[in-house]
Design a protein around this ligand. Structure first.
Ligand code: 2AM
Length: 184
């Protein structure tokens, strides 16, 4: 199964991001926008994992969550990563990025303790909102139209997610959740 560890977003934030997606969508030449149900922030991509490794992942999740306190962070600016076809569109994190990075780093250490190889790529927290996107060539106007306010995101748990296609539709399913700040 294809797995990753993520921060699931609250409904209010999802709605807010979705509004911004609609604005950006109206400025696109082409591209696919993330389904509202799939909006999340990835802490660690795991890839194809056998059932025999799930227990170790759960242990790493529990250890990370137990040692962290719930915290808040803010939505940041939107931006683009280059990709083979078009751009990946994302929204970043502003204030509160430090506890988020600490959480990801702790998770990495706990996964390593459970036998997983360390992720080589640096952690660049983002919420992917579109793929293979080409926007109209007027960045100033688009930035003004799709201004992202620093909405607060409460982080109270981390989730193990499965990525799979259901009737051809890419779907992310939470299969295990660990609450921050709870021991045992
Ligand atoms: P992305 O949003 O930056 O594309 C489920 O696919 C989640 O895992 C997505 O959030 C995606 O990140 C991330 N992901 C998928 N494939 C990945 C890879 N090869 N390396 C790192 N992250 C990946």
């Amino acid at each position: 199964m294809r797995l990753f560890i993520a921060i699931e977003l609250e409904d209010g934030i999802i709605e807010y991001i979705h509004q911004k997606q609609r604005i950006l969508q109206s400025c696109r030449i082409r591209g696919n926008f993330t389904r509202k149900e799939n909006l999340h922030l990835t802490l660690r991509f795991l890839g194809e994992i056998g059932l025999n490794q799930i227990m170790q992942i759960k242990k790493a999740l529990e250890a990370t969550a137990a040692a962290a306190a719930p915290f808040s962070m803010e939505l940041g600016e939107w931006g683009q990563f280059p990709s083979r076809r078009g751009k990946i569109l994302w929204i970043g994190i502003g204030k509160g990025i430090e506890p988020l990075k600490a959480l990801a780093s702790d998770l990495e250490s706990n996964l390593e303790k459970q036998g997983f190889e360390r992720e080589k790529k640096a952690f660049r927290p983002h919420i992917t909102i579109g793929r293979e996107v080409q926007l109209e060539d007027d960045p100033e106007r688009i930035t003004k139209k799709a201004k992202i306010e620093p909405r607060e995101i409460h982080v109270c748990r981390i989730s193990l997610m499965e990525s799979k296609r259901i009737n051809g539709i890419l779907t992310y399913i939470p299969i295990y959740r660990a609450a921050l700040g709870k021991k045992g």
